[in-house]
Ligand binder design. Structure first.
Ligand SMILES: NC(=O)c1ccc[n+]([C@@H]2O[C@H](COP(=O)([O-])OP(=O)(O)OC[C@H]3O[C@@H](n4cnc5c(N)ncnc54)[C@H](OP(=O)(O)O)[C@@H]3O)[C@@H](O)[C@H]2O)c1
Length: 438
């Protein structure tokens, strides 16, 4: 009987994979419950201290779940949150989940396997799984929904049962194997490598909901859209979606190198925030809104109908200020701090609105994957690490040393594997697909 992971790597058929013995242990990047609190009082909460790579037990599958041999995973900002145990340690989510019977109790362990994005091959299916089978090549949506929760039918994001897989659940993607609900799986884009396809879903689908889907800011043709951190995880997809939808992106970045990269994506209006001379206060400087607004008007000729926000405390005041009268500030996060203050006069007197957005529902994930599979949305993968270096990979994101997305090879041994449709890849163009690698 051959090794299951080797069989996956060699492209074995579904039947051959089912013939391989399931390992009882596998390697994964994880945090430890007994280390919650190690960063107390420290200013630099270096995630390399809290992320460990080692063997964990193979979990039992529920009837509606699949076991996926992960070829590649990606780092998201939620991996950073989990690894610094903030704002709430993931173990608190796992304990709560653990009180929900056998299904949840499996997740409440002294370790947490990280990772909310991944690509790989289905190797086992639970008895109730109908759509997927061993051998299927998949990408994973981190929207973890309970089909028995009626509130999840219209818009899963509004369901109490919604969880971010790999962040609020265990058995995430940063390991040789992961456990997913069958409803999380989508077909892997055939023209992309394992690492390219692993890195998109969470950020791209979040940006899709914020800008394109019916639940966010609902961008229309000709809208000027201010995109903070335009070469970051969310921003790098947001600028593509604004352009695809006939909008006018105004990209904010922090260096000339990043400015060049967004220009290479076809974005005409780029603001290097370090040129605004705001000193140590950065975008929280009292004059930041006015200076930024003047720059946006100079470049785009008008104020933005939409501001794409996720930075929170440092930028939110400026975001509310610069939005056009009647415009929308759509927000899905607060990287620089959860408590925001802004001058409310600019909101109510100019009839602007703030739109909260969180993750995405199944439909939004599937629509996003369709755009990627049709070559209408390009990956923004910039760096690839090995599983042993998952801590380093997360550190790069924590310290804003990265651009676009950072991937980790889990089962895949080399980059550039897993491309099943080279002809379509050639048609889209290697240069567009790998722009962020260069
Ligand atoms: N609710 C959800 O569903 C959801 C989903 C995805 C992400 N999020 C949240 O969204 C945030 C961003 O995620 P991400 O993956 O895009 O992160 P990321 O890849 O680290 O990108 C963040 C970008 O923010 C910019 N930035 C950093 N500090 C800044 C500052 N002080 N002022 C202005 N810009 C700054 C950086 O660009 P420059 O330095 O070039 O300006 C960077 O590229 C995180 O807080 C994450 O938790 C939420």
């Amino acid at each position: 009987m051959s090794d299951l992971l080797d069989a996956v790597r060699s492209g074995a058929s579904g039947a051959e994979l089912l013939d391989c013995e399931l390992p009882t242990r596998f390697r994964a990047a994880h945090t430890l419950k007994n280390e919650v609190g190690i960063f107390e009082g420290q200013t630099d909460k270096d995630v390399r201290r809290s992320i460990h790579v080692g063997e964990v037990d193979m979990p039992e599958l529920a009837p509606d779940e699949c076991l996926v041999a992960v070829m590649s995973a990606a780092i998201n900002f939620n991996t950073v949150w989990s690894a610094i145990f903030e704002p709430i340690p993931t173990f608190a989510f796992l304990e709560r989940f653990g009180r929900q019977g056998w299904n949840g109790a499996r997740h409440d362990l002294p370790y947490h396997i990280l990772g909310s994005d991944g690509s790989g091959v289905v190797v086992r299916t639970g008895s109730a799984v109908r759509k997927w089978k061993a051998g299927d090549k998949v990408v994973i949506s981190p929207a973890y929904l309970d089909s028995e929760d009626h509130d999840s039918y219209e818009d899963g994001v509004q369901a109490e049962s919604l969880k971010a897989w790999g962040f609020e659940t265990n058995f995430g993607s940063l390991g040789e194997y992961c456990v997913v609900r069958a409803s999380q799986l989508m077909n892997k884009p055939a023209h992309l490598s394992w690492e390219e396809s692993a890195s998109n879903t969470l950020c791209a689908a979040t940006a899709y909901r914020m800008l394109v889907g019916k639940n966010g800011a609902r961008m229309k043709q000709g809208d000027v859209v201010l995109v903070w951190g335009a070469t970051g995880g969310l921003g790098s997809y947001a600028v593509q979606m604004v352009k695809n939808g006939g909008g006018i992106p105004v990209a904010v970045v922090s260096s000339e190198e990043k400015a060049e990269l967004v220009r290479a994506q076809g974005v005409e209006h780029v603001i290097n925030r370090s040129d605004l001379e705001l000193g140590d206060q950065g975008m929280s400087h009292p004059k930041a809104g006015r200076m930024l607004g003047e720059e946006i008007r100079r470049l785009a000729g008008e104020d933005p109908q939409i501001v794409f926000e996720y930075l929170g405390r440092e930028t939110f005041g400026a975001s509310v200020y610069v939005a056009k009268t009647g415009g929308k500030i759509v927000t899905c996060g607060s990287s620089t701090g959860y408590q925001h203050s802004y001058d409310n006069r600019f909101l109510w007197m100019r009839v602007k609105s703030i739109v909260g957005s969180h993750g995405f529902n199944y439909r939004e994930a599937v629509e996003t994957n369709r755009l990627i599979s049709r070559g209408m949305l390009q990956p923004t993968l910039s760096r690839v690490f090995t599983l042993d270096d998952a801590g380093e990979a997360t550190r790069a994101v924590q310290t804003n040393q990265h651009i676009g997305k950072v991937a980790v090879l889990c089962g895949a041994q080399r980059e550039h594997e897993g491309i099943d449709d080279p002809a379509f890849r050639e048609k889209i163009g290697e240069a567009r697909i790998t722009l962020y690698r260069r």
